[in-house]
Design a protein around this ligand. Structure first.
Ligand SMILES: *Cc1c(COP(=O)(O)O)cnc(C)c1O
Length: 438
């Protein structure tokens, strides 16, 4: 970080990134391997990253940024954490994959169950997409019912059934439903607005729902927490109708607290999906839940699921080390405080610059919506001023702060950010809001 102010930190020019992007577009659709990375909503080119260290990332042209993306959530400890790298290196020295079980997979499952006791049995997979896709299959196998219910604007990965009315990249690019999803897959997915228990009650009453899947705290329409009474009521309603409740904690697991959102909400879901943080920056995710449901999985049950690299020992090692560090005293208090410092300062700077915003935050995940609010569901999130969000994103990037390039995503603080870093992020926001948007 330069000592002489912020002006030289941003990308006044990014020739090397631009050249790589041009090359990428000739061989990778849109130049990226996941759509939101292309930065289309915010009207600029993606930065190709070269390196990360603690709370900072460095682009291919050598510019430095304070990072609030955290690789979309996994890097809660920051980049290249020495203890995590060391755990990966030690695992790697024994080989990278066996296609046979390894002891560390058992430790991983036990660690998840200790953190979230609702996960009586656990299976590791390689992505959140696989976790939610398989949880649905399992719910269907268990209940003998076909239909599932999801929430408008919620994102659960890109399996066919769950791409209906999806958030995240689909929301960012304004794609209401993906081409290539069959009418059959779409027909069995029912959709209701977030925070609308009355609508859920009506759908449940038909008695043919295998599962209700929710983002425990939605982050993919931007951060939009459930109303206080919602989780317990949803739990009671689903139980009353023999419908499984699937808590997608791919973002919230180990993010909003060590026990995830289910500990905050005081509820026990039937099935839980985790990902992102549990892989410690390598590809790992998991689903788990009631033993009687989970034991329907092959090889002991009739619901099939498999994966060549499932439970990969390097990913298990990175995840377990990350969780071990998160168990140390004070971590969540620190994450919460950083989130609060940044989110509160953005809100007050926007207000003093006369720019209407609504900031939603749960601990270290937050979104500043460019509108008066309140933002309580996807319909209200969509009322945000995307032009203003784009200007905010670009201004922050120019001042050396990397944000998720979409209004419909959450920003994440990491333990690697110092108070001084948080101060710099607040200054960058103040200048951006006053000079670029005011
Ligand atoms: C990221 C995410 C997923 C998908 O995980 P991938 O590892 O990207 O497949 C699922 N659910 C939620 C809530 C997510 O944020």
């Amino acid at each position: 970080m330069a000592d002489d102010g912020t002006a030289d930190r941003g990308p006044t020019s990014i020739p090397r990134s631009s050249a790589i992007f041009a090359r990428a577009q000739g061989v990778i659709p849109g130049g990226v391997n996941s759509p939101v990375r292309a930065c289309r909503q915010v009207g600029c080119e993606p930065l190709f990253m070269a390196r990360g260290e603690g709370g900072r990332v460095f682009d291919a042209d050598g510019h430095e940024y304070l990072d609030l993306v955290s690789s979309w959530g996994p890097l809660i400890l920051g980049h290249a954490h020495p203890e995590v790298l060391d755990a990966i290196a030690r695992a790697m020295a024994n080989g990278t994959t066996f296609g046979a079980p390894t002891e560390i997979e058992v430790e991983f499952a036990e660690t998840l169950r200790t953190a979230m006791p609702s996960m009586e049995r656990v299976r590791a997979v390689s992505s959140g997409t696989e976790a939610t896709m398989t949880a649905l299959r399992l719910a269907r196998g268990f209940t003998g019912r076909d239909k599932i219910l999801k929430i408008d604007g919620a994102y659960h990965g890109h399996s066919d059934a769950l791409l209906v009315a999806a958030g995240s990249g689909a929301a960012t690019l304004g794609i209401p439903g993906s081409a290539g999803v069959t009418a059959g897959a779409a027909r069995d997915t029912l959709v209701v607005p977030h925070n609308d228990l009355a609508a859920i009650e009506v759908v449940l009453a038909a008695g043919d729902l295998a599962a209700v899947i929710v983002e425990a705290i939605p982050g993919n329409m931007g951060c939009v927490p459930p109303d206080p009474a919602y989780p317990a009521r949803l739990r009671a309603l689903t139980a009353a109708h023999g419908t499984l409740l699937i808590y997608d904690e791919v973002i919230t697991g180990f993010r909003v607290g060590y026990g995830g959102a289910q500990a905050l909400h005081g509820i026990t879901p039937d099935l839980t999906c985790v990902g992102k943080i549990v892989g410690g920056g390598l590809p790992a995710a998991a689903f788990g839940g009631r033993a009687d449901v989970m034991e329907l999985l092959a090889p002991i049950g009739k619901v099939y699921q498999a994966g060549t690299l499932s439970g990969n020992p390097l990913a298990m090692a990175a995840g377990l080390k990350t969780l071990e560090i998160l168990r140390r005293p004070g971590t969540y208090e620190r994450l919460d405080r950083l989130g609060q410092i940044v989110a509160d300062s953005w809100a007050s700077e926007a207000r003093s610059a006369g720019i209407p915003v609504c900031v939603n935050r749960v601990g270290s995940m937050f979104t500043m919506f460019f509108q008066d609010g309140p933002v309580t569901d996807y319909a209200s999130a969509k009322r945000s001023d995307l032009q203003r969000f784009g200007a905010f994103f670009r201004g922050m990037r120019a001042r050396g702060v990397s944000l998720p390039p979409s209004q419909f995503e959450a920003a994440f603080t990491s333990l690697a950010l110092s108070d001084d870093d948080a101060g710099k992020i607040c200054e960058a926001a103040r200048d951006t809001l006053r000079l670029d948007l005011g």
